[in-house]
Write a protein that binds this ligand. Sequence first.
Ligand SMILES: Cc1cc2nc3c(=O)[nH]c(=O)nc-3n(C[C@H](O)[C@H](O)[C@H](O)COP(=O)(O)O)c2cc1C
Length: 400
Amino acid sequence: MKGTKNVSKKHIAVYITGGIAVYKAAQVVRSFIKAGFEVKVAMTSAAQKFVTAQTFEVLSTHHVYTDHVPTEDQEFVPHIALADWTDIAVVVPATANILAKMANGLADDFVSTAILATRAPKFVIPAMNENMWQQVSTQRNVHTLKDDGVSVMFPATGFLAEGYSGRGRMPEPEEIFHWISEKITVKQDLAGVNLLISAGPTVEEIDPVRYLTNHSSGKMGYALAQKAADRGANVTLVSGPTQLSKPSGVAVIDIISAKELQQKVKEKFEQNDVVIMAAAVSDFHVKQIAKQKIKKNGQSMHLDLVANPDILADLGHIKTHQKLVGFAAETQNLIENGNKKLVKKNLDMLVLNDVSRKDIGFNAADNEVRLLRPKKEPKLIAKTSKDKIADEILDELTSL
Ligand SMILES: Cc1cc2nc3c(=O)[nH]c(=O)nc-3n(C[C@H](O)[C@H](O)[C@H](O)COP(=O)(O)O)c2cc1C
């Protein structure tokens, strides 16, 4: 463990909606500011009936967004300016109304519009009457938000403003601060580690318009690259063509074919301590790429394919100080086939994907993998998001 840090997540947008617990939001804003975050606040009209915007203006030292009028210099479209500025969005307290709007993508005032425009992680702290909280529609909205990747803090049970005890009470500001801090604080256990990772598919040209490739989206490799960088590693990502945005704080080298991948990985191999080969490398390339588009000629055609080099196995045999991790996609006899690869390619870890399942793996947001390590029992990481799998793989790596 080499300390922790809030990975460049310094800007918090606090959205305040109209519940009786608004008064507690002032304390939450104060805790963030004391912890070194810069905070900007937006309030709904209902929220302003409970506490004035001035309270939050004084606390945050920024104008409070209440409508679509610019509050800062050079803000042409304020809801987009706030959304783009945001590293973390917090809705506190969150009314039943804003939960419903967020769950359905509604954008009919400043707060809901800015939240919809925000790509940053969202933290929501509902507070309401117990019956409102337990209403099927509210619970359905909470489920939807969780499925959408929003972190929702479960309300506390206690004395409600209505004069009786029940679930729906907003947790205390310190609890809210700790709940969010824990989620955004990242251990720096990979500080100083040079990590090379390949991701995405490779593409092998057939002629000027056609190519051979596979279903790899690159999501797993990109998640690993981002998580490793967040945890302090110096990450180089060698990436095949994907639709994903580049991970932040990562040096990205774009490649197309297996041959280019091999060349770049070999170039960078010596200077890295950990090498993770998550790219789905085409096993074959065409022997002769046609210079002109191949004409349709009859009912069948023959492509002369030549095996690509087994990059992972080559690295396994030349490695010195590096920890080498491979990925394997299998459809049957997972463990048996995986263990053979682990030994044959001289790997320190093999991440095994069952690509026969449609709910995980290629292109899906979730995955379920087994980690194979020499002389150890296989370790199952049960179905979860690729981000969580990435963290678990890195945890396992640090223990090697
Ligand atoms: C006195 C009073 C207290 C309220 N407390 C809450 C509350 O704690 N939680 C909630 O979800 N709604 C509460 N409401 C209802 C919301 O203010 C109402 O649904 C409003 O439309 C929410 O708008 P907003 O989500 O844009 O802020 C309360 C209303 C009043 C008049």
